[in-house]
Write a protein that binds this ligand. Structure first.
Ligand SMILES: [Zn+2]
Length: 420
């Protein structure tokens, strides 16, 4: 079921909101290669981000291609139309070769009862005792349970099938990587639910190479994981076992792997991810995005002068429009308003004070995760500054790039892919 483009074992989703950091991001992958692990970059940008910034997917393509050329990168790289559906996919068709089919909105929408019944009848192996190798206890199910899960997810998978077939029609089979994402929903999926979803995806003949379930715990934007790490570890391992089993059982692509969305900055679960992936000899796709935009701000603040002034202005504006900026991200941020410094105070800060509050260094007492999260969703403010912001990035390219590369390599690639 997998011919054509193939996503390598380890891949890193990187977000480049203002299309200025592709080279600095790719430099982190070059460092990974030098350290002995192939991590290929996937530039991801959702329709939501493009809309907020007023950018086009084709700009990401130009920037990524230029970076690849400049750094003489000869390994694969991809452009991800992140979280698209049939309504939003059009402008991503030409520039992208990776599509994240977002069907979270369809979860829980009833599927045609005939299709549900046919699904259950087609899959007697899911009814009764389901034994997945490497998962200690077998799952006990019955037809009612499988029907219930199918009712929850079948409509979503059918929707993914429609988007996938549209893509095949426009781009040709094998000319793009398909991911199915179900992360932007309320309840995490259990391993047996994941198995049922994968069975349905195989039935729809979608040769997915990555799947993004919703994991247990909170994956807030730009900050560490909030939740029970032991439980996450257990479930992540069970998901890995389930995927390996589903690949064999349903003939899904052999490189099918988990995709961890909002994966940046989740320092407390990186060891679990690294160890699980190693244990199962599995791959993993780790999506990061806004963490790079925050490094732009850190770089500008570190530069001092006009750069620091812009960083302060972004905060003041973000603070003034916090409600509006947070609204689209309400489910994936947890800001404590009492912890947000007054803009007047921030305006008096030195470079050191600003970067200490913003940089994701939990050992630094001045690190402020509410400040960081507000700025994370504050990129619209910089987008509104237009050329002034871009010119500042260009004027301070070296210091910004150093922060972008270091953040990706030291804080992300190293713990996740190198395990040290
Ligand atoms: Zn996502």
């Amino acid at each position: 079921m997998s011919e054509g483009l193939r996503l390598p074992k380890f891949s890193l989703g990187v977000g480049d909101r203002f299309a200025h950091q592709a080279k600095a991001q790719l430099a982190a992958c070059v460092m990974a290669a030098d350290a002995g692990v192939e991590v290929v970059p996937v530039w991801n940008k959702s329709n939501r981000e493009h809309t907020i910034i007023g950018s086009e997917p084709s700009q990401t393509r130009v920037e990524a291609d230029a970076a690849v050329k400049a750094l003489k990168w000869t390994k694969p790289y991809f452009l991800d139309a992140d979280h698209i559906n049939l309504k939003t996919v059009e402008r991503f068709l030409a520039p992208c070769d990776f599509f994240t089919l977002d069907v979270a909105d369809m979860i829980g929408k009833p599927a045609d009862p005939k299709n549900v019944a046919a699904f259950v009848a087609r899959h007697p192996e899911l009814v009764g005792t389901v034994t997945i190798p490497h998962i200690e206890k077998p799952f006990k199910t019955d037809a009612a349970f499988v029907t219930g899960v199918a009712n929850q997810f079948l409509a979503a998978v059918e929707d993914a099938g429609r988007i996938y077939r549209h893509l095949v029609e426009k781009k040709g089979a094998g000319n793009f990587i398909a991911e199915v994402s179900m992360d932007e929903t309320d309840a995490p999926q259990t391993p047996v639910e994941l198995l049922i979803i994968l069975a349905a995806i195989a039935d729809e003949k979608i040769p997915i190479q990555t799947i993004a379930p919703k994991f247990t715990g909170r994956f807030n934007k730009g900050v560490d994981y909030v939740g029970d790490v032991a439980q996450f570890t257990r479930e992540f391992n069970e998901d890995l076992a389930t995927i390996a089993f589903a690949v064999k059982t349903y003939g899904l692509p052999s490189n099918l792997k988990l995709s961890v969305h909002s994966g940046s900055d989740k320092f407390s679960i990186y060891k679990a991810i690294h160890d699980g992936v190693k244990k199962f000899d599995a791959g993993v796709h780790m999506k990061t995005a806004g963490t790079t935009w925050l490094e732009e701000l850190i770089g500008l603040a570190e530069a001092g002068g006009a750069g620091l002034e812009i960083a302060k202005e972004v905060y003041a504006e973000a603070y003034a429009h916090a409600e509006e900026l947070c609204a689209p991200y309400a489910t994936v941020i947890d800001i404590d308003p009492a912890k947000l410094p007054q803009p007047e105070a921030v305006n008096g800060w030195t470079s050191e004070q600003y970067t200490s509050a913003l940089r994701h260094d939990q050992a630094n007492k001045a690190y402020n995760q509410s400040f960081r999260q507000l700025l994370h969703v504050g990129f619209k403010v910089a987008a509104k500054m237009g050329d002034r912001y871009l010119k500042a990035l260009e004027a301070n390219e070296a210091v910004v790039a150093r922060n972008v590369t270091t953040n990706l390599f030291e804080r992300h690639i190293r713990p996740v892919f190198l395990g040290r």
